[in-house]
Design a protein around this ligand. Structure first.
Ligand code: TMP
Length: 235
C-alpha cells in the first residue's frame, strides 16, 4: 500500500490518501504541542513509539470487542487505517484526579475517584476545545443519541481493558482521551492511544510517564516515552 496525496497535516500526524478510498495512511511525527499549540517542541522518537503503541493497544481492544480503525502497521511511523469521518468530540475518561479535573475541582492530583468519569470536549481549536455534555453534542449536531450511546459504551470498555493491561506492566492509568469516527454507519475507535493522549504513572513510584513531562517541563521526556515503550514489550 502506498501513500498518495497528503490530505491533512495535524499537530502530531500527517494523513495521506491511498488507492483504496476506504483506507488512509497516517504518518506519526516527533512534533509535540501543548496548550492548544501555544507550546511547541520535539520529542525524539515519539512518532515511532506512538505509532507502535497505538497499534498494539488497538489490536488488544479489537480482541476485546471494541471496533477500531486499525488496518495494518506499514512501517515504524506509518499505519494504514480505515477512513472515518471523525466525530468532533474528545472523549475523556478519568480514574484518578489530575490535570484540568484537579484544577477545576480543587481535588489534589493522585486522589483515586470513586468511579470513573466521562466527559466530552467539542473539537474546535479556535474555541479551545470547550467541555460540553451529551445534550450539547446532540443539540449542535456533533453526534446523535445512538452515536453518543455507542461512544459511551465503548469508552468505558476501553477504560476497563486498558486499566487491566497497564496494571500488568506496572502502570496506573490515570486518565485518557480518545476519539471516534463514523465508518459505513458504524462508530469505531480512531485517532491514537499513546503517552500523548493518556496519563500513565508508574504504579509504585507514581512517576509520570507521559506528555505531562513535556507540558510541565519536568525533564526526561524521551526517557518516559521509552520506558512505556519498553514495558509494552513490542519492539
Ligand atoms: P486534562 O486533564 O488536561 O483535561 O486532560 C485529560 C486527558 O486528556 C489527559 O490524559 C491528556 C489528554 N488530552 C489530550 O489527549 N489532548 C488534549 O488536547 C488535552 C487537553 C488533553
Amino acid at each position: 500500500m502506498e501513500k498518495l496525496e497528503q490530505l491533512y497535516e495535524g499537530k502530531a500526524k500527517k494523513v495521506f490518501k491511498t488507492e483504496d478510498p476506504d483506507v488512509l495512511i497516517v504518518d506519526y511525527k516527533d512534533d509535540a504541542t501543548a496548550f492548544n499549540g501555544l507550546k511547541k517542541g520535539t520529542i525524539v522518537g515519539k512518532g515511532v513509539i506512538n505509532n507502535k503503541m497505538s497499534n498494539h493497544i488497538m489490536s488488544l481492544l479489537e480482541k476485546e470487542g471494541v471496533p477500531t480503525h486499525l488496518v495494518k502497521e506499514l512501517s515504524e511511523r506509518e499505519t494504514a487505517v480505515k477512513k472515518v469521518e471523525i466525530v468532533p468530540l474528545e472523549v475523556i475518561i478519568r480514574n484518578v484526579s489530575a490535570g484540568s479535573f484537579a484544577k477545576k475541582l480543587g481535588i489534589e492530583e493522585g486522589r483515586k475517584l470513586l468511579c470513573p468519569t466521562l466527559e466530552f470536549s467539542y473539537k474546535d481549536d479556535a474555541l479551545g476545545d470547550p467541555m460540553i455534555n451529551s445534550y450539547y453534542a446532540m443539540a449542535i449536531g456533533a453526534a446523535t443519541k445512538e452515536e453518543i450511546d455507542a461512544i459511551t459504551k465503548y469508552a468505558f470498555k476501553v477504560n476497563e481493558v486498558m486499566i487491566r493491561y497497564f496494571e500488568s506492566i506496572g502502570i496506573e492509568l490515570i486518565d485518557f482521551k480518545i476519539e471516534f469516527g463514523r465508518y459505513h454507519g458504524q462508530i469505531i475507535l480512531a485517532d491514537e492511544i499513546s503517552p500523548d493522549t493518556c496519563r500513565l504513572w508508574d504504579i509504585n513510584t507514581h512517576e509520570k510517564l507521559d506528555k505531562d513531562r513535556f507540558r510541565r517541563d519536568l525533564g526526561n521526556v524521551e526517557d518516559a516515552y521509552q520506558e512505556v515503550f519498553k514495558r509494552l514489550g513490542i519492539q
